[in-house]
Design a protein around this ligand. Structure first.
Ligand code: DGI
Ligand code: FE
Ligand code: FE
Ligand code: FE
Length: 187
């Protein structure tokens, strides 16, 4: 699918503000893919579609998680986590994207996963550092992203976990597992 068609499909699904965020993620994902040797076209498409399901009704997301036998633990944690795996499912069903690497990068863009692919890391990090983001610590991650992809993903994961813990939120176990996996495999 070309960029224009994909953007038009996504634009119908999300708010103007979220669409502007998406354009930022696309820009950052292309830059990271070029820097680290990921497939630039796949990075672009995954970034365009990454928040496709962000505004789906809670009940619809719940029903898809159950019907498609996604991790049932998702339902016990913040529903903000759900749009990632549900998004991958809907992007396949509704937009016809079949590439498993793209669908995985969408599915894991919020929690990460053990054994993240290069494309997963590019999309995860692009979502965190896109130009419109202004979290505390994001500039440090932007700098690291110019030097070392794994270090930057770890920083983003750490910042997210610390942020959630400070707000008394539960941490989805896969987020911790992703952090441990990356830290333990650092070279
Ligand atoms: O969809 P975005 O806002 O662009 O960003 P995202 O998909 O990376 O994250 C969405 C939300 O998910 C964000 O507000 C933080 C939350 N989140 C990320 N990881 C975890 C989490 N929430 C919980 N409870 N546990 C996590 O591990
Ligand atoms: Fe998201
Ligand atoms: Fe993210
Ligand atoms: Fe996003």
């Amino acid at each position: 699918m070309n960029r224009e068609k994909a953007l038009a499909l996504v634009k119908e699904q999300i708010t103007e503000r979220r669409y502007i965020h998406t354009l930022g993620v696309v820009e950052s994902a292309i830059e990271l893919a070029e820097r680290y040797g990921a497939d630039v076209k796949k990075a672009e498409l995954a970034a365009i579609f990454h928040d496709y399901a962000k505004f789906r009704p809670k009940e619809e997301m719940e029903q898809i998680i159950i019907a498609e036998k996604m991790d049932p633990a998702l339902l016990e944690y913040n529903m903000e986590l759900w749009h990632a795996p549900v998004g991958a499912y809907l992007v396949n069903k509704e937009a016809g994207i079949q590439d498993a690497e793209i669908l995985d990068a969408i599915a894991y863009h919020t929690s990460g996963r053990v054994g993240m692919s290069l494309l997963d890391k590019v999309v995860y990090l692009a979502d965190y550092i896109e130009p419109g983001r202004s979290f505390p610590g994001v500039d440090e991650v932007r700098q690291t992203a110019k030097q070392n992809l794994d270090h930057a993903v770890i920083q983003a994961l750490r910042n997210t976990v610390v942020f959630l813990m400070k707000r008394n939120q539960a941490i989805y176990p896969d987020t911790f597992k992703t952090y441990n996996d990356l830290i333990m495999n650092l070279k």
